[in-house]
Design a protein around this ligand. Structure first.
Ligand code: DSN
Length: 482
């Protein structure tokens, strides 16, 4: 981005693209311009967001979008997929090299899709395959109706153990209302009520009692590292497949901040991720697997997924190539260091953090000590130009909608160049907003979990203080939309 020629080319590409779009639907061109203005002018602290490079963004806007390519590399249900094959093979190659994985599947459209492919692949490999073999059938179409019913019953009665949502797990890790909680008999492990930390002995005990087919490790809102070697030992002891969802921290794995026991890829049978969070690529998913699981994962489309988004797979290849550069390691380390600075900034000002700190990219602020729900805190912060998302804390009394927490992450602002001092100031500004926010009341004068009153003048004061930092670290500095 520092290259002036590239800056000029990028600016010109976007100026012209917006003109073309405006010639058909000017309101979309305008919203696109406005989105850049808004992102440039706010403190983006959503832990799952980032800013992809112009090369990644530009790759998404091409005619690869027009091509159907169901199937897999070299084995498609449509003709004319030779260039899609090139793109998908490159994305997979970069992913294998970057993460040291035997096999990579670049087709999932999102993290949930990647997890569904993983679940399907585990069921196909561990349940359907052996069942068919025992019944001397090549595939399910050879089965009698009666046998088919028996197999369906068996597939529908498998067990999954995952981290609970309010301890930091994801919806797809067996949360009952989610499809993962319905397609499996599920149980959940949580965190220690005192420390907020994972207790591997408790996970092991649950696994021994429950004997799951699948153990899911990984998280969306747990501000600590996980020992995946220990999780694999637990899985091996009970004969479970270990699936790790590294969507949040894939960038820290790619950047070698998480190595050894903290790197899930050598320990998990299947690792899933998104590509747009700390990994800083396009919005999409990815599955990594051992050779054993590769054949079933490779049938993800069309068994689980709709037609692959070839333009997004192309952008995944570009982003993964970027993540293989030495500079990405520095970025990943900065993300983790900045999270520590942000956490210290809060602790020094008396705020409460789930687990008392962080050692990844997430800080989970418990806002109950400010007398607020997460929903009130999120809204007041947004008024002051600080973009966050409310999040449950363990055993949250306010449930998953109102919540008692605010989840913050450092990947996006680290991409802009924020460092220790700026993150300390960010903590100061957030505490200032929350100190000056009161819970509101409903129309009937009852206490409300949603409405709030932010004291006069605070939003402008915080926006002014943020503007200085945002100006010093501009977003897409060379990109001029004219
Ligand atoms: N939506 C993602 C997140 O914000 O963590 C996970 O699905």
């Amino acid at each position: 981005m520092a290259d002036q020629n590239l800056d000029a080319l990028t600016s010109s590409a976007y100026q012209q693209a917006l003109e073309v779009i405006a010639s058909v639907e000017p309101r979309i061109a305008e919203a696109t311009r406005q989105e850049l203005t808004d992102q440039r002018g706010s403190l983006k602290l959503i832990a799952s967001e980032n800013y992809a490079s112009p090369a990644v963004l530009l790759t998404m806007g091409t005619w690869f979008s027009d091509k159907y390519a169901e199937g897999t590399i070299g084995h498609r249900f449509y003709a004319g997929c030779q260039n899609v094959d090139t793109v998908e093979a490159l994305a997979a190659e970069h992913a294998r090299e970057l993460f040291g994985a035997p096999y990579a599947y670049a087709q999932p459209h999102s993290g949930i899709d990647a997890n569904l492919v993983a679940f399907w692949s585990i069921l196909a490999h561990r349940v359907e395959g052996p069942w068919l073999q025992n019944h001397d059938a090549k595939n399910v179409n050879d089965l009698t109706d009666e046998d088919w019913e028996s197999l369906r019953h068996e597939l529908g009665n498998q067990r999954l153990l995952g981290m609970s949502l309010d301890s930091g797990g994801h919806l797809t890790h067996g949360f009952r209302p989610n499809i993962s909680g319905k397609m499996f008999h599920q149980q959940q492990y949580g965190t220690d009520p005192e420390t907020g930390l994972l207790d591997y002995d408790v996970v092991a005990e649950k696994a021994r009692e429950f004997k799951p087919l699948v153990i899911v490790a990984g998280y969306s809102a747990y501000p600590r590292r996980v020992n995946f070697a220990t999780m694999r030992e637990i899985a091996d002891e009970v004969g479970a497949t270990l699936m790790v969802d590294m969507a949040h921290f894939a960038g820290l794995v790619a950047g070698k901040v998480f190595t050894g026991d903290e790197d899930p890829v050598p320990h998990a049978h299947i690792t899933t991720t998104t590509t747009h969070k700390s990994l800083r690529g396009p919005r999409g998913g990815l599955v990594l697997a051992t050779e054993e699981y590769a054949p079933s994962v490779d049938r993800g489309c069309p068994m689980v997924l709709g037609g692959p988004l070839s333009h997004i797979m192309a952008a995944k290849a570009v982003a993964l190539a970027e993540a293989r550069q030495e500079s990405f390691r520095g970025y990943a380390q900065d993300v983790a260091d900045n999270a520590k600075s942000l956490a210290e900034g809060f602790l020094n000002r008396g705020a409460e953090l789930v687990t008392g700190g962080t050692d990844n990219h997430i800080v989970l602020l418990d806002v109950s000590s400010f007398g607020l729900t997460g929903r009130q805190a999120e809204s007041a912060l947004l008024d002051a130009g600080v973009v966050t998302n409310r999040n449950s804390v363990p055993a949250d009394p306010n449930g998953a909608w109102y919540t008692s927490g605010i989840r913050l992450g450092t990947p996006a602002l680290t991409t802009r160049g924020f460092g220790h001092d700026e993150f300390d100031t960010v903590a100061e500004l957030i505490v200032h907003v929350l100190d000056n926010t009161q819970p509101g009341t409903t129309k009937d004068g009852k206490p409300s979990k949603a409405s709030y009153v932010l004291a006069d003048g605070i939003a402008d004061k915080v926006k002014d203080a943020s503007a200085e930092m945002l100006h010093k670290h501009p977003l897409y500095p060379g990109l001029d939309l004219g």
